[in-house]
Design a protein around this ligand. Structure first.
Ligand SMILES: [Zn+2]
Length: 164
């Protein structure tokens, strides 16, 4: 088997080598990376001239860039909102842990089942008072507080939550 010829790339400062194509190798002077770089440069120059001379193309390009900026902005806002939602969820979890700890201390219990029973009774009592018109904190008076303390509590009957 004939060994393939290896040629040095003639681009300044490249120093790469390439195996010339079997069919038009006599014309090849640059490696693949340099050829691609040149092709991109030619496309860029072509677009630059077209942008300067073709009003319709210019308008299309402006519109495309405007849409692209808008999409990037929207994505940024969404990411920001997700971050805030995650922070809110973390903070709610922390508050829930504190409240659970306080309840455990008040009720002087240290096992999950007893505390769940206690919290559920408190929630019923609170809901009864809220429904009767007592408002201590904001929110819907019939919100299922039990679900916070006991996520498995009658899960089958749990109402679907409206997403934010
Ligand atoms: Zn090269």
């Amino acid at each position: 088997m004939k060994e393939a010829e290896v040629r040095a790339c003639s681009a300044e400062g490249c120093g790469g080598t390439f195996v010339p194509c079997r069919y038009n190798g006599h014309k090849q002077t640059h490696c693949k990376a340099c050829m691609e770089a040149r092709r991109r440069m030619q496309q860029r120059n072509f677009a630059k001239v077209k942008y300067r001379n073709d009003a319709a193309y210019r308008e299309r390009e402006r519109e495309r860039k405007r849409k692209s900026r808008q999409a990037a902005k929207t994505a940024e806002l969404l990411a920001e909102k997700e971050k805030e939602a995650a922070a809110a969820a973390r903070s709610l979890r922390a508050v829930t842990h504190v409240v659970t700890g306080l309840l455990a201390q008040f009720a002087d219990v240290d096992d999950a089942e007893a505390l769940t029973e206690h919290a559920t009774a408190l929630a019923r009592r609170g809901r009864r008072l809220a429904t009767a018109g007592c408002v201590v904190v904001g929110g819907h008076p019939k919100a299922d507080v039990e679900e916070i303390f006991n996520p498995g509590f009658e899960a089958g009957r749990a109402r679907p939550r409206r997403s934010l």
